[in-house]
Design a protein. Sequence first.
Length: 279
Amino acid sequence: MCFLGASYISSNQVNAAIMDFQTQIQGPRMLLLHEPSFIHVSTIQCSSKSIVPRPSSSNSIQKSRESVKKPGKREHHLWKRRDSAGSGQQAMNLVRTISGLPNEKEAVYRALDEWSAWELEFPLIATAKALTILKKQRQWMRVIQVAKWMLSKGQGTTMATYDTVLLAFDQEKRIDEAGSLWNMILHTHTRSISKRLFSRMISLYDHHSLPEKVIEVFTDMEELGVKPDEDTVKRVARAFEKLGQEDKKDLVIQKYGCKWKYIHFKGERVKVKRHPFVD
């Protein structure tokens, strides 16, 4: 097939012009009322292929983008997650096992070793859940026994475990053991001791009326740059007051005391400024 085109002429236009010309010259009784129209072109191009419209560049780009599949996002974990499936049932079994035992260290430790004997890894999650259950049941002696057994295995050396053990020591009035554990924590985890753990130890000494120990722990707290909370400030101020050091009490309240407090006025919670020397 041949087609003509200056810039671009469709085949339909060429066929229409040829048919118009043939009808004018083939009719025997038809006069030519006007001259046949010719198209003047500068170039002639022949092709045996049918004309197919070229796809636009935007469509081709869009199809190429659709054909390219993006690889899936990979998640890289820097730690291996411990399997916690069935840890709740394990914790309940542990609580039931030791609840019926006498308060003997050897018997409790033997039962705990038998409980964890068939585990490939130390059942840390189940032990932590068992400590939480015993804490809610206020079985402080069992909390101490399980926590000591876990720490003897080199497991569970976290601030949460230490906080639970110190609370159990406080409830069982085992002040000397609490002091020994605190000294170990202070020398082992000097820069990572949390505010909560400092508050726990100060609360323990304040609960048993040991103002000198309260001031000692507060001194370590200041040296490490840990800011006390409001309850700790009150306990430290009370300790200075018991020791007759009113000037240091006022300095502590002025430095660390909360400058504002909330009161209820006409049914609304209002923030008011607190006097620095008034508890």
